[in-house]
Design a protein around this ligand. Sequence first.
Ligand code: DHB
Ligand code: FE
Length: 280
Amino acid sequence: MAKIMCGIGSSHVPAIGAAIDHGNTQTDYWKPLFDGYQPARDWIKENKPDVAIVVYNDHASAFSLQLIPTFTLGVAPEFHPADEGYGPRKVPTAQGDPDLAWHLAESLILDEFDMTIANEMDIDHGCTVPLSIMFDQPEAWPCKVIPLCVNVIQYPAPTGKRCFDLGKAIRKAVESYDKDIKVAIFGTGGMSHQLQGERAGLVNAEFDQAFLKDLSENPDRLVKIPHVEYMREAGSEGIELVMWLIMRGAMADNAGETYSFYHVPASNTGAGLIVMEDPD
Ligand code: DHB
Ligand code: FE
């Protein structure tokens, strides 16, 4: 049977992708961030997943305000990097896993999560940057990728509780898949940031670090955080953190932290990374 082998929580800041793409990871500005990423990169080299379910939000790249699905599952055989204005990132085309993705669609929808199904979808920085953070610059991504997109850019976004429950349903779906494969689940976005309005540039390191800590120590607290608290404490784009709760919900209740790292600033955000594993 298939199994969730790890959860990865990660920022998906576009400038981090640009630093990798343009060979700037060793500059004074970026080196401390990439030094902090290295132990997670080393860990995943030794613990290779077969498939990564990457939970992220599309930033008006594949979707526009004409169509705003709350949860979208990519079932295509491949996903191309989106052109976000500067041409597509020069990263590998992600190979999908249509067989597992359709199994997830069936299991989740029969479990009463109304997923939108995408047969064709370009993936933007929300999905490609976390892959670059974990896998650097390979010729091909080392695992298949199933993108799972969440609307967090147009109010109302799903609640943290809804996201956590979706994670639980994903775990159940993976565990009922009959192939013997190892699945990683990525929850991406955040951490605190606000890109607009009077508070543009807001970062709340205390909030972010407590969030990272409570992913293993007190996930119940995180599940109860209402939208208005993300907005107040983590800025208008801090709501991206609800996607980390899909990852957390897919892990065992007593999952623990294998590695975590936090750094300010990365572009306009507090950047976080966590690797979580179930107990043996
Ligand atoms: C930035 C962060 C994001 O999460 C994003 O989607 C776009 C920009 C930033 O910090 O610049
Ligand atoms: Fe974002």
